[in-house]
Structures are given as structure tokens and as C-alpha cells.
Design a protein around this ligand. Structure first.
Ligand SMILES: C[S@@+](CC[C@H](N)C(=O)[O-])C[C@H]1O[C@@H](n2cnc3c(N)ncnc32)[C@H](O)[C@@H]1O
Length: 233
């Protein structure tokens, strides 16, 4: 179906961004993105820049963690593109002390629930080797294959300055928030990729429920992402 529509339209078309703003035609950003875009083009069925705005937003919020001490983490790695962008953006800040932790089952989603819309167990499954290849340039990455939350135990004693949560479903999103919130340094940035998507109502539910008794306010972005900064001093 998608292939048929794209064919009729004469191939994947680039997304439209406001020509008056500079970010999407900034050559430095485009070069950085294209180095890591891996499989964002989904085998040619859609334009490789279709989620350029979300990628740019993640990289921008990663910059906000630049001056903080601590590790960075991503839950939901898939082919490694978003982890690579985080690592590239903060490249000079890891040193020998700080790491980027990247968690995924590499068997796709676990059992889903009633709030998880169209998702089902096993969706979004890619090989660990694909992500490993995408992250090979970054010696400070630890790629952890396994099921969240059990797989997170390896970082129980670490502190975090940036956490990217991109796991699509209610239980996984809840488990990531529950684990990382108490391990986040003051000012730490949480980016929840799926917050504003019709396709991920369970993720939104988990975030709203989790923050309902916390001081942090969720900022919903036009890209569909949700962001908050860990309070405290
Ligand atoms: C949308 S993909 C991640 C996309 C990636 N961050 C990117 O931007 O390219 C969601 C990923 O979450 C993983 N995932 C979801 N729930 C999980 C869980 N409980 N344990 C481990 N991995 C999980 C899936 O395997 C899948 O690879």
C-alpha cells in the first residue's frame, strides 16, 4: 500500500519544513545527521529525512546535558541512530569516567497491553549487530541486550545526565522512568520520544501518571516528543 502510494507520487518526497528557519538546511547538522542516519530511510519506502525534526530536537536537548556530570542512556535503540546522535553531540564530554548505555531486547517489543494501540509482541525487532555497527565509532558506548527493566540492573550504581526513552509501550516506558528518575542528577534531561503520538497512547499514559506526583513539568513538543528536566540541587 505505502509502496503503491509512493510510486504514484513519483518516489519518496522530502518533508516540508519552514524555509525561514535555518536548522534543517544547516550543512553542519545535515552532515552530522547523514553520518548516522543508518536506516531512517526504511529501505527507500520513505524519505530519509522524514524524522529529521525529531532527530534534530534530540540532538539539541542532548546539548543541554553538556555541562552536567553523569552518564547518558537510551532505552530502545533499534538500529542505533538516536544513540549515535547523542554520542556524537556529546563526543568530547565522556572522557574515561562517563559512558553511554544503550538498552534494547533486540527481539522487539515485549508483551503489549490494551493501551498500546497497534503494537504487538516482537514488533521492531532488529539484530544487535546492526546497532553495534552503527555505534562502533564510540568507544564509550555499552550496548546491553536484554529485557527492560531487568537489563537495567547493570547501571544501578550510576548517575545520569540525559535519558532518552523510546520504547513505545506503557509498561516499558513506566519501567524506564521508575528506574532512571532516582538516578538522574539535578538538571538531567529526559526526552520521551513517543509522548505525543497517536500510535503510542500507553507511553503517554505512563509519563502522565509518573509525573503526576512529581515537581517536574512535562513539555510537549510539536515533534511528538515530551521533555522534562530533573529538579533538585
Ligand atoms: C521505536 S524503537 C527505538 C528507535 C530508536 N531509538 C531510534 O530512534 O532509531 C523501540 C525499541 O524499544 C525496544 N523495547 C521496547 N520495550 C522494551 C523492553 N521492555 N526491553 C527491551 N527493549 C524494549 C524495542 O526492541 C525497539 O527496538
Amino acid at each position: 500500500m505505502i509502496t503503491r502510494i509512493i510510486k504514484r507520487l513519483g518516489g519518496p518526497r522530502p518533508p516540508k519544513f519552514n524555509p525561514k528557519v535555518r536548522w534543517w538546511s544547516d550543512p553542519e547538522w545535515l552532515a552530522r545527521y547523514e553520518r548516522h542516519l543508518a536506516a531512517d530511510g526504511l529501505g527507500g519506502r520513505s524519505h530519509p529525512h522524514r524524522i529529521l525534526d525529531r532527530r534534530f530536537t534530540l540532538a539539541s536537548f542532548a546539548k543541554a546535558a553538556r555541562g552536567l556530570k553523569g552518564d547518558t542512556a537510551e532505552c530502545g535503540v533499534l538500529r542505533g541512530t538516536s544513540s549515535a546522535l547523542i554520542c556524537e553531540t556529546l563526543r568530547d564530554t565522556y572522557g574515561s569516567e562517563h559512558r553511554h548505555w544503550a538498552f534494547d531486547s533486540f527481539e522487539g517489543l515485549p508483551k503489549t497491553g490494551a493501551t498500546d494501540a497497534q503494537w504487538k509482541k516482537g514488533d521492531l525487532s532488529v539484530t544487535e549487530a546492526t546497532a553495534r555497527a552503527a555505534l562502533a565509532d564510540f568507544p564509550y558506548v555499552s550496548l546491553i541486550k536484554g529485557w527492560i527493566p531487568e537489563s537495567l540492573a547493570v547501571v544501578a550504581e550510576r548517575k545520569f545526565r540525559l535519558v532518552h526513552i523510546d520504547v513505545d509501550i506503557e509498561t516499558s516506558t513506566r519501567d524506564c522512568l521508575t528506574f532512571f528518575y532516582p538516578r538522574a542528577v539535578p538538571g538531567a534531561v529526559f526526552v520521551i520520544d513517543d509522548y505525543g503520538f497517536h500510535s503510542c497512547p500507553g507511553a503517554r499514559k505512563s509519563v502522565d501518571h509518573f509525573l503526576s506526583n512529581k515537581p517536574e513539568a512535562l513539555i510537549e513538543l510539536t515533534t511528538g516528543q515530551g521533555v522534562f528536566f530533573r529538579s533538585g540541587n
